[in-house]
Design a binder for this molecule. Structure first.
Ligand SMILES: [Zn+2]
Length: 274
């Protein structure tokens, strides 16, 4: 493989590469990437076991990479039956498709932001249509930008240990998705609650009675939040199942609280499912 330079290792990486002539208690070097480190400093990765390198995540994919340990930093490869443009000078970052979930989308966005966004030379987002998943996008980083390659390698190494690149960004993304679902399906969710109660009053009566509509929405919100805890934000929905689950078991406390505050719908639900 081509040699790495200390500049390729991000400043927040747990092991610091040694520069030429930098003093160390127990200098160790990797024959593959050429980097050195101080094995006398104790970190999560050092001292390293024999024949291992703390910078393996930054080793690019080449013939001398052992087959059993696939390099995280891989060159773009031409897919079979592919007729689009070629990117032989680029390394492959994260991808996503039309069917990606919140986490995959969030990690993609976080990595792209860390890389400084799309940039005609250094960082590309390649979009392609795909017969099965509609479209796919992939982040590519050019070989001549070692600092950005380092950021990519660190992100890929982090993802080996923990699936979320940025916890704050991920919880924000989940909240946004929950808000979006509530915005798009609130009417259906209201209907489901009314159906569970067998209230057959016309919709317009509720829409005019703002005070009662707010009560209904408070119950809808509580059931939806409960269902997020149960099924995850991507699948959460206010259905007869989730209402029953809420009223009978898990969210009984929240419903009781709402009922105690005078919420007629919460009261009625508790009565129906008692
Ligand atoms: Zn190495």
């Amino acid at each position: 493989m081509s040699k790495l330079t200390p500049a390729m290792i991000p400043a927040d990486y747990p092991v610091k590469p040694l520069h030429d002539g930098e003093p160390a208690k127990a200098r160790a070097s990797c024959g593959s990437c050429g980097l050195s480190w101080d094995d006398g400093v104790s970190t999560a990765m050092t001292p390293t076991p024999a024949a291992r390198c703390p910078f393996e995540a930054f080793h690019a994919d080449t013939n001398d990479t052992p087959k059993k340990k696939r390099a995280l930093l891989r060159r773009w490869e031409r897919p079979d039956n592919y007729i689009g443009p070629n990117f032989p000078e680029y390394f492959v970052g994260l991808g996503r498709s039309r069917d990606s979930d919140t986490l995959e989308n969030c990690n993609f966005d976080v990595l792209l932001e860390r890389l400084g966004g799309e940039d005609d030379d250094a960082v590309l987002v390649v979009r392609d249509s795909h017969w099965a998943v509609g479209w796919v996008e992939q982040i590519l980083v050019h070989q001549d930008f070692p600092e950005k390659l380092g950021i990519l390698a660190k992100a890929l190494a982090d993802l080996e240990n923990y699936p979320v690149l940025d916890d704050d960004a991920f919880s924000q993304a989940e909240m946004d998705e929950a808000d979006e679902t509530l915005k798009n399906f609130r009417d259906e969710f209201r209907e489901e609650v009314l159906r569970a109660l067998e209230f057959r009053e016309p919709d317009r009566k509720f829409s005019r009675e703002t005070a009662r509509l707010a009560q209904l929405d408070a119950v809808v919100d509580a059931i939806f939040q409960e269902d997020i805890g149960w099924r995850g934000v991507a699948d959460a929905y206010v259905s007869q199942d989730s209402i029953r689950r809420m009223a009978e078991r898990l969210g009984r406390h929240e419903l009781r609280q709402l009922a105690a505050d005078g919420n007629l719908f919460a009261r009625a639900l508790l009565k129906v499912f008692n």
